[in-house]
Design a protein around this ligand. Structure first.
Ligand code: AMP
Ligand code: GLY
Length: 424
């Protein structure tokens, strides 16, 4: 069959690598893709928001199955657009992608259905938000309602900071229309875990857990980024935590979406915080995490196309999801200066060192071919160097070894990805 992947990052490279392993796949296409994905798929220069052109391409090439990797097209209704043309597509429809696209919606859903999350209030009027803050406890968390590349969350230590935050989000509109509505929520403490799942509307299957490292610098210092590295599984995601989440979070979320007339098909990413009062939902995403996918998918034993097709066909109950009894670590190689300002276009050396090595992966997050056909840096996050091992320690040692195989000007990485596992 012919499979078409929409997106251009490390997550889409990981999805492509899994799809390429499926004996059912004869040909892979990706739009717009990147220089790494190009080694597995034919990349076509169509943007992820150009729905008409993507649909025309899918029809012309007689694509059998399309996979949407990114949040923006999902929130924009790409699945509805493909379905309207009779094309088979993996991902939530617009009315379900709202689970990620509106934090106010997701908070109201959790409150209505008793799913554990931080206490909160939603605001559309900055004056009301400011009045609320006068009596609030600090630290406190401000969140722009809409999609903001993971950057629309401000943790404020004092009333002054929070007042500035309201201005930034609601008045200066730093995150654009995403800040028309704002959530103010209770600050929680605890370990964070990312749990990805496949959902077919009614049935949910949980993937192995992972942990991201969102801050730019070692020791969780510096600005929030899209993610500087991940490991899977999380040793903090114990059986007891899993049992609690299955009972009070996962299936209840899927059922709540059905009750709201918004059945969810695709991947739900549960951002959890393991608090003293038990696991609570920090956020939902309506797609694979990036770089969570880079450590979870290489460990999945199932044929990804079988699983995704079962989601679309409403037959996920027939799938027994299985993961290798191993571990994976992904270290992101970024451009110095990310997430603020960085340069692009530097040649990437050493990529061939990954050739033929089964437990090492070099997922491209931001790469391109220059005029000479050379692979160059093309983003803040450039590569996700991933290794699997028998346990997290071995996987981490291998990932950091492989992170030295590649080089480019202004290469930057964190050196403590997975360090938390030493405390486990
Ligand atoms: P989100 O995009 O909602 O996951 O938020 C981004 C990051 O902000 C999370 O990964 C947490 O590290 C932090 N965060 C979000 N909400 C809270 C909260 N209620 N309490 C503490 N930290 C939070
Ligand atoms: N790694 C976090 C995310 O994909 O949103």
């Amino acid at each position: 069959m012919k499979v078409f992947i929409i997106g251009s990052g490390g997550r889409e490279h990981a999805i492509a690598a899994s799809a390429a392993k499926s004996p059912r796949v004869d040909k892979l296409y990706c739009a717009p893709g990147n220089a790494g994905i190009a080694s597995l798929a034919e990349c076509v220069p169509i943007g992820a928001m150009e729905f008409d052109r993507l649909i025309a391409f899918a029809k012309e090439k007689e694509i059998d199955f399309t996979i949407i990797g990114m949040d923006d097209p999902l929130a924009g209704g790409i699945v509805d657009a493909f379905e309207a043309e009779g094309l088979k597509v993996f991902g939530p429809r617009k009315n379900a992608a709202i689970l990620e696209a509106s934090k106010a919606f997701s908070k109201d859903l959790m409150k209505k259905y008793g799913i554990p999350t931080a206490a909160y209030e939603n605001f559309t009027d900055p004056a009301e938000a400011l009045a609320y803050l006068e009596t609030a406890k600090f630290p406190i968390v401000l969140k722009a309602d809409g999609l903001a590349l993971g950057k629309g969350v401000l943790i404020c230590q004092t009333l002054e900071e929070a007042k500035d935050g309201v201005k930034t989000i609601m008045e200066d509109k730093k995150f654009g229309a995403a800040g028309n509505t704002m959530v103010i929520e209770e600050f929680m403490t605890g370990r964070e875990v990312s749990v990805l799942s496949f959902v077919d509307g009614k049935t949910i299957r949980i993937m192995s857990s992972a942990q991201d490292h969102k801050r730019a610098k070692d020791g969780d210092q510096g600005l929030n980024t899209g993610g500087m590295g991940t490991f899977s599984p999380s040793p903090f995601y114990t059986e007891k935590v899993d049992e609690f989440c299955r009972k009070y979070i996962y299936q209840p979320t899927v059922d709540a979406m059905v009750k709201e007339g918004r059945p969810f098909t695709g991947v739900i990413f549960f951002g959890l915080m393991l608090t003293e009062d038990g696991p609570k939902v920090l956020e939902y995403n309506a797609r694979f995490g990036d770089p969570e996918a880079q450590v979870v998918l290489p460990r999945m034993k199932n044929d990804i196309i079988d699983v995704m097709e079962a989601c679309v066909d409403g037959k996920l109950d027939t799938i027994d999801l299985q993961f290798e009894d191993n571990a994976a670590v992904c270290v992101v190689l970024a451009s110095e200066g990310y997430p603020v300002a960085y340069e692009k276009g530097f040649p990437i050396r050493g990529l061939e060192k990954f050739d033929g090595k089964e437990d090492y992966f070099c997922f491209h997050a931001g790469s391109a071919f220059n005029g000479d056909g050379q692979i160059v840096t093309n983003g803040g996050r450039v590569l996700g160097v991933t290794a699997t091992g028998k346990d997290l320690k071995e996987a981490r040692a291998k990932a950091y070894e492989a992170a030295e195989w590649v080089d480019f000007d202004h290469k930057y990485m964190r050196h403590d990805i997975g360090k938390a596992i030493d405390e486990a």
